[in-house]
Design a protein around this ligand. Structure first.
Ligand code: NDP
Ligand code: 8X3
Length: 254
């Protein structure tokens, strides 16, 4: 086994935000990283920061079966077994109400946040089960629990992630494999820039005058879950910035 005593984490969406911060946090603590994302220049600069010995990179689209197959083949050819899969790649697109939302945006969110996550999990799980070790950390969202106007398909994808995480736990009982769903609230990353299709003013206005979570806050949660002793499974963590809370239920009057 080439892997020796170092733990290996595969992180999707490592070019930005939570994924990038998680790669840095884990690498700083001795983990080997496989950093995946579509924007290769971004993961190349991450690799430069972390060092080639600590970080492999791959241009990777979680919606492409061929990319997932190539990843599995590459891990196998290096005799690497995965200790931690962070299913982080994901996005929200749009904030329009359901009757006005762009169906292509809905499809992209479903393809990425649900289908991509499911396929990644299914691809890496058999080797984890065979190795009798592994941890899957999914990045869900508070939007999977609490509805809000314009959250429609995005929130529903994250509700899927929450239930899929719990059902994975049911299937994996007795295997020693752990599953965690981390459900953050408002956090400043490229998330809003992507949601508003590159409109920077709109994206900046979301974070203006408040103190949102940071990608590092989420990386700390991933790291903490991954570092619990093997007999401890953190099922879910829900975290919000202190500035974020709940609105009353709405009653519309004619
Ligand atoms: P960012 O936009 O900063 O990062 C998203 C990452 O996902 C990027 O690295 C992007 O890489 C990657 N990604 C998107 N689509 C694909 C794809 N098809 N294949 C591979 N990688 C992809 O946002 P965050 O860091 O905030 O988001 C990370 C996760 O956290 C998402 O799942 C998001 O839904 C969730 N989340 C975010 C919250 C927030 O407020 N920011 C709160 C709760 C959850 P690239 O474009 O290079 O492929
Ligand atoms: C994103 C968190 O609060 O913007 O998953 O919906 S929120």
């Amino acid at each position: 086994m080439t892997q020796s005593s170092r733990k290996l984490a595969v992180i999707t969406g490592a070019s930005s935000g939570f994924g990038r911060a998680t790669a840095i946090k884990l690498a700083q603590n001795g983990w080997q990283i496989v950093a995946l994302a579509r924007r290769v220049d971004r993961i190349e600069s991450l690799q430069k920061e972390l060092g080639e010995a600590n970080c492999q990179i791959k241009g990777f689209d979680v919606r492409q079966d061929a990319d997932i197959r190539a990843l599995v083949d590459s891990l196998k050819s290096q005799d690497l077994s995965v200790d931690l899969l962070v299913n982080n790649a994901g996005l929200a697109l749009g904030l329009d109400s359901a009757d006005k939302a762009d169906l292509n945006d809905w499809q992209t969110m479903i393809d990425t946040n649900i289908t991509g996550l499911v396929k990644m999990t299914r691809a890496l799980l058999p080797d984890m089960v065979a190795a009798k070790k592994g941890h899957i950390v999914n990045i869900g969202s508070i939007a999977g629990t609490y509805p809000y106007p314009g959250g429609n398909a995005y929130g529903a994808t994250k509700a899927f992630v929450a239930q899929f995480s719990l059902n994975l736990r049911a299937d994996l009982a007795g295997t020693g494999i752990r599953v965690t769903n981390i459900e953050p609230g408002l956090a400043e990353s490229e998330f809003s820039l992507v949601r508003f299709h590159g409109d920077k003013n709109k994206a900046d206005s979301i974070y203006a005058g408040v103190e949102p979570l940071t990608p590092t806050d989420i990386a700390e949660s991933v790291f903490w879950c991954a570092n619990q002793p093997a007999h401890v499974n953190i099922n879910r963590i829900e975290l919000m910035p202190t500035c974020q809370s709940f609105a009353p239920l709405t009653i519309s009057k004619e």
